[in-house]
Design a protein around this ligand. Structure first.
Ligand code: HEM
Length: 501
């Protein structure tokens, strides 16, 4: 009797095991089939070692270069991340326009979101285009980035430009690092547009090489652009998560020390009924933002609004030094418009200045890739499967150097833009997209062009520029330093001589 019961139990157990395991097996087989099927149709795959072991460039730089081997779209598996790199106008158009809703997600390394309140107040880092993103983007547009907001702050921006001119007049005959003076001017201009206050002392900061604020913004950009080991191998989260949290806390403390005092002062001024400054900070306080959220947003705007424009101006200046014909033509245009008054140069019609800016952004895009996008759903591009959550990089660098689009692509020829219909944004064929495209396109376009055109017009109109002894335009070091932003490896140093009192 006992034996019979045991055998029955065994049968029952076996039956149960079968019932449980059949669906599990089926599920496993389906997933396996899906995985094999989709991996077969993934874009051609490059090897991670080709990127990491490229000794002459950083991983980002070599990733941009791999387009020459693998063509318009390829994939790369690095740890848990599947990266898709698109390098032709057609693929860029398919991703940013035809399937924009699928690719409107953003991929930002996890450390960024560990900074308190960053995720809730970020425009740039918003994981998708949700209501929070819309709200923050609209706030920034209304109070900082729109043409109307920029016009409201014309006077203070022009004052910052004049301070730059005064500083350079005083430095006549001395070597000046262009990056430092331009960065300081941009930071103060952004500071005044956001919180009605200077952020750094031009004189003092240029002496110390802007290490404090510039170094900090550089660190933020690295966080934005470099996935950590935890991103690549999430299994390490338990082990390294602590270290990431500590790093995020340190960054948070640093930007609190930059903004908290001005926020508190403004809150107090509001209590005592002082006249409002009507800037972004006022708007954020009036809309009930807490200090952490305000700090996070101000920091993001400062990071986005200084480094990239600074690098663009440095590249433009070095190209002008190397191409004296272009410099003279540009100077003529500035002198012949608005009676040589450069105060509101950025708002005047100066097609050659604009062409110089476009040509600089084509040949030396400060961002090699459109800020990484994330696939919100599995979909297809060029008949290849792009799995959900893939990281999408659109290779602006390769687009700007494609010989199919550009005649003599490696030459600096602003004239090409005078003869073409290509604009800085909104080009239908997507062959030139320095500000990205679609819903997540750069909202700082107006601020960037106003700053860059204004500062370049001032530098070109008010000063003659000479290279330090022993350097001539032909042996100038044009090596790029690839990172989240592409910089000149050796900062451009020039000697100013005043042309206009
Ligand atoms: C030469 C100057 C600049 C260049 C070349 C540039 C380029 C870009 C690019 C390529 C993107 C990604 C767009 C996409 O995903 O399609 C971007 C995003 C962004 N940029 Fe700029 N940018 C510049 C200046 C600025 C300035 C001055 C600001 C603000 C003051 C700014 C704020 C932003 C923000 C907030 C985003 C994120 C938008 C979103 O995700 O919704 N940028 N920029």
């Amino acid at each position: 009797m006992d034996v019979i019961i045991n055998v029955e139990n065994c049968y029952l157990l076996l039956l149960l095991a079968l019932i449980v395991s059949i669906p599990a097996c089926l599920f496993f087989l389906v997933r396996l089939r899906e995985a094999i099927h989709s991996s077969r149709r993934l874009p051609p795959s490059a090897y991670a070692w080709q990127v990491v072991c490229n000794m002459s460039m950083s991983p980002l730089g070599s990733l941009a270069n791999l387009a020459q081997i693998y063509g318009p779209i390829f994939s790369l598996r690095v740890g848990a991340l599947l990266i898709i790199v698109a390098s032709s106008p057609k693929t860029a158009m398919e991703i940013l326009k035809a399937r924009y809703h699928m690719f409107s997600g953003r991929y930002i390394p996890s450390l960024y979101y560990r900074i308190p309140r960053m995720e809730q107040s970020s425009v740039l880092g918003a994981k998708e285009c949700n209501d929070g993103w819309k709200y923050m983007r609209a706030m920034c547009h209304n109070w900082l980035l729109s043409v109307k907001a920029i016009k409201l702050r014309n006077e203070v921006r022009e004052r910052k430009m004049m301070e730059l001119a005064d500083y350079l007049h005083a430095k006549e005959g001395e070597i000046v690092t262009i990056r430092d003076v331009v960065f300081a001017t941009l930071a103060n201009s952004m500071g005044n547009m956001m919180v009605s206050r200077d952020l750094i002392d031009l004189e003092r900061e240029c002496k110390s090489g802007n290490q404090s604020l510039m170094g900090f913004i550089g660190a933020m950009l690295t966080v934005l652009g470099s996935p950590s080991l935890v991103d690549l191998f999430p299994i390490l989260n338990g082990l390294l998560g602590f270290w990431e949290r500590r790093k995020a806390k340190k960054l948070h403390q640093e930007f609190k020390s930059l903004w908290e005092e001005v926020i508190e002062e403004r809150r107090q001024a509001k209590c005592t009924g002082e006249e409002p400054s009507q800037d972004l900070l006022d708007a954020l306080i009036d809309n009930g933002f807490c200090n952490d959220k305000i700090c996070a947003l101000l920091m993001e705007m400062l990071v986005a609004g200084t480094f990239i424009s600074c690098s663009t101006i440095e590249w433009l200046m070095v190209e002008l030094i190397k191409n004296q014909g272009v410099l003279h033509k540009l100077r003529n245009e500035i002198e012949n418009t608005g009676d040589g008054d450069i105060k509101n140069a950025s708002s005047r019609h100066m097609p050659y200045l604009k062409a110089c800016l476009k040509e600089t952004l084509r040949l030396h895009p400060p961002k090699l890739f459109v800020l990484p996008r994330r696939a919100l759903e599995t979909c297809t591009v060029n008949n290849y499967v792009i799995p959900k959550d893939s990281v999408i990089l659109i290779n602006i660098w390769a687009l700007g150097r494609d010989p199919m689009t550009w005649d003599e692509p490696l030459k600096f020829k602003p004239k090409r833009f005078l003869e073409s219909q290509l604009e800085l944004k909104g080009n239908v064929q997507f062959e030139f997209i320095p500000f990205g495209g679609g819903r997540r396109m750069c909202p700082g376009f107006n601020v960037a062009t106003t700053h860059i055109q204004g500062i370049v017009a001032l530098l070109v109109h008010c000063f003659d520029w000479f290279l330090p002894e022993g350097i001539n335009p032909d042996n100038l070091n044009m090596t790029e330093k690839f990172g989240t932003t592409v910089y000149m490896k050796e900062p451009l140093s020039l000697i100013p001589r005043s042309r206009i009192p």
